[in-house]
Write a protein that binds this ligand. Structure first.
Ligand code: GCV
Length: 655
């Protein structure tokens, strides 16, 4: 098991395009897909054509010819809505539904016309829609589904669907567990771009439309990415992603004018600083007219920011946003701002409060091309945290959600931990910020409220042959894209899709892999940090277990366990008052020892070990039992996975 074939399969992820063996099916697909024509010319549609030619050829063994007309036979027709006459009666297209689709939406329809070209029509509102429709059709074929009566309308439910790379220009990746960067090496851009093209294909196939290519911790060399020295290389990456409908962003150093040695201050209210950024931004857009914009980590974990000049974060962000606005650029400003030099004896300061406390009073003060990027929880991507109370609380400000695909605190791609169930819970969380119906997914998408918005997540890929170190972690990247496209897709459906596209349609594989994936998040929680306690990891590298790893440190991440009890009192009545940042009834539920859900108990309350949970067990018994249960569950995973030997080529699914 293993060898060349599995290497290639691992690399292809969910774009396997495995050949279909059933002769009847091949003939049937051949009937609809043996030729191809495009009514629209664009680079993005060229990517769709390439993908169709590769994918269909590999799956059904026949070359797909690009034609100007089909003659008697049928084929695939690509077009944007404006380049095709949708009113043709043979097409029988409900024009009114189509006109309601957003700019990235598409229609796939099987047409049997006697007068016009017949076959499968993929019409996008724009060329991006055509590309998304193309991947949708290819996935249907890979899943061996019928295509003779298709009528699919689909569109993304989030405006910005973004990936954040935490890649450093020396080739390392902060919190990366899958090898080195595919972008950079030894302070240069990697010249061979094949890996990036394949990454762009993977991302486009799940609907990702934006990427930032360097770490939010922007060190000295990376600061130069916005200078002549590197801009030309940035432009090459932008052009490559552009052909897959993906906008490219850069993380920038707030103190760039100083670090680059051109000014002595980075004060956002200083005129020289403002002019410096305006010139810088115009230089970037002169080179790269469709550049996405900047992402900024300011006043966070030692990075520079407006606080150094006694300016608030609206003043800090707006200065950059104004420079970008002229070019329709977006400024993504992270809310991960907290004191990382805390005294562990001080129980009044609460890191969980920080994002809200730093930003809430600035609501309505940001330029309309600023989007605040808020981590899903108030701390930092723990296996279990409540949803950040800042989400929804800033009603006059654009917000987007930040998730972490890379498994920094969830097993570092050594342990299996499928995060889709966690993300579904977050997206469905009812904030009550505007009464009922204010779930996270409705606040941040930018669609329901006609604002800018969406979701970003820290990538889990690297230069490993299988991209993600542990092959099962590919499912997190796949599921991330699918959830961004439509947060209402069920976990079960996304998981089945991923398994079928990656491993084929075998019933046993489906059953066992699904079992493992669906149980893995809770299993990981069981054997690491139950009841919302968090941080049971070794310092710096964050792979556990270490109960007191962060207890007597400056990072603000404590569990306050002693011989009497455990947990952080974040109530308004006796604790840090963090609970008061929530809207009712969430505030009441978290404040109350009796109503607080078990899984978050130690996040909100300090209790004796003998405290009885809703489950009827004491806290200490729960901690014992879950740890033993977690180990049993992992053993069961191993047992089930080994039953697939001989069925999965790439059973040694790690590098
Ligand atoms: C990029 C956590 C991580 C850091 C990361 C930071 C952030 O603290 O451990 O590696 O820095 O989050 O999100 O900025």
């Amino acid at each position: 098991i293993g060898g060349e074939e599995s290497l290639e399969e691992n690399y292809k992820c969910w774009l396997q395009y495995k050949s279909i063996n059933n002769k009847d099916l091949i003939q049937y697909y051949h009937y609809y897909c043996s030729q191809l024509l495009s009514r629209t010319n664009s680079k993005i549609i060229d990517s769709a054509i390439n993908e169709l030619q590769t994918g269909i050829t590999e799956m059904i063994g026949n070359k797909v010819d690009l034609k100007n007309n089909f003659g008697e036979k049928s084929g695939i027709i690509l077009s944007t809505a404006k380049d095709i006459d949708l009113a043709i009666s043979d097409y029988n297209i409900n024009n009114s539904i189509f006109s309601k689709l957003n700019d990235e939406g598409f229609l796939i329809k099987t047409i049997n016309s006697s007068k016009y070209e017949s076959g499968i029509l993929i019409v996008g509102k724009t060329d991006k829609g055509v590309l998304y429709g193309t991947f949708c059709l290819l996935h249907l074929i890979q899943k061996n589904e019928p295509i003779d009566d298709l009528e699919i309308y689909d569109q993304p439910e989030n405006k910005l669907r973004m990936i954040n790379q935490w890649d450093n220009i020396d080739g390392t990746i902060e919190r990366g567990y899958s090898g080195k960067s595919i972008f950079f090496k030894n302070n240069e851009f990697i010249k061979d771009k094949q890996r990036l093209i394949d990454y762009a294909r993977l991302l486009a196939s799940i609907g990702i439309n934006a990427i930032s290519i360097n770490n939010v911790n922007v060190w000295d060399v990376e600061t130069k990415l916005i200078t002549k020295e590197y801009l030309y290389e940035v432009q090459k990456v932008v052009s490559l992603f552009r052909t897959y409908g993906i906008k490219t962003f850069l993380s920038v150093n707030y103190a760039s004018p100083i670090t680059l040695g051109e000014l002595e201050t980075a004060d956002p209210l200083d005129e020289d600083v403002q002019n410096w950024w305006q010139l810088k931004v115009s230089e970037i857009y002169n080179t790269i007219p469709d550049f996405g914009g900047f992402i900024v980590k300011a006043d966070s974990e030692g990075r520079p920011g407006p606080f150094s000049y006694n300016r608030n974060h609206a003043e800090g962000a707006n200065m950059l946003a104004k420079a970008l606005k002229k070019y329709d650029g977006i400024l993504i400003w992270r809310c991960f701002v907290y004191n990382h030099l805390q005294d562990w004896r001080d129980r009044k300061t609460d890191r969980a409060r920080a994002a809200y406390d730093n930003f809430i009073s600035l609501d309505g003060h940001f330029e309309n091309n600023v989007i605040l990027q808020v981590k899903n929880g108030p701390m930092d991507f723990q296996v279990r945290e409540p949803v950040s109370p800042l989400i929804g609380a800033m009603k006059e400000t654009n917000q987007m959600l930040e998730l972490q695909i890379t498994q920094e605190y969830t097993g570092q791609q050594i342990d299996v931990c499928y995060l889709i169930p966690q993300w579904k819970e977050i997206l469905n969380f009812e904030t009550y910020s505007n009464g009922e119906g204010s779930q996270v997914k409705n606040i941040i998408n930018g669609i329901n409220n006609n604002k800018q918005g969406g979701i970003a997540a820290v990538s889990n890929i690297g230069a490993d042959d299988n991209w993600t170190g542990n092959g099962l972690a590919q499912a997190n990247l796949y599921g991330y894209g699918r959830l961004l496209w439509n947060p209402d897709l069920s976990t079960d459906m996304i998981t089945t899709e991923w398994i079928n596209l990656t491993f084929g349609n075998d019933g046993d594989i489906n059953k066992q892999v699904k079992y493992i994936l669906l149980k893995s998040w809770q299993t990981y929680e069981n054997y690491t940090a139950p009841l919302g306690v968090g941080w049971m990891v070794n310092p710096h590298h964050h792979y556990g277990p270490n109960i007191d790893g962060y207890e007597y440190s400056a990072w603000g991440t404590y569990h306050f366990a002693d011989r009497q009890g455990i947990g952080v009192d974040r109530t308004e009545e006796t604790g840090t008052g963090f609970t008061s940042q929530y809207f009712q009834p969430n505030k009441r539920v978290y404040e109350s020892l009796h109503e607080c859900p078990d899984e978050l108990l130690l996040f909100f309350h300090h209790v004796p070990y003998s405290h009885i949970l809703h489950s009827g067990k004491t806290v200490i018994q729960h901690i014992y039992d879950t740890h033993f249960k977690g180990v049993d569950q992992v053993e069961e995973f191993i047992r089930r996975w080994s039953t697939l030997e001989g069925k999965i080529n790439n059973i040694n699914f790690s590098n």
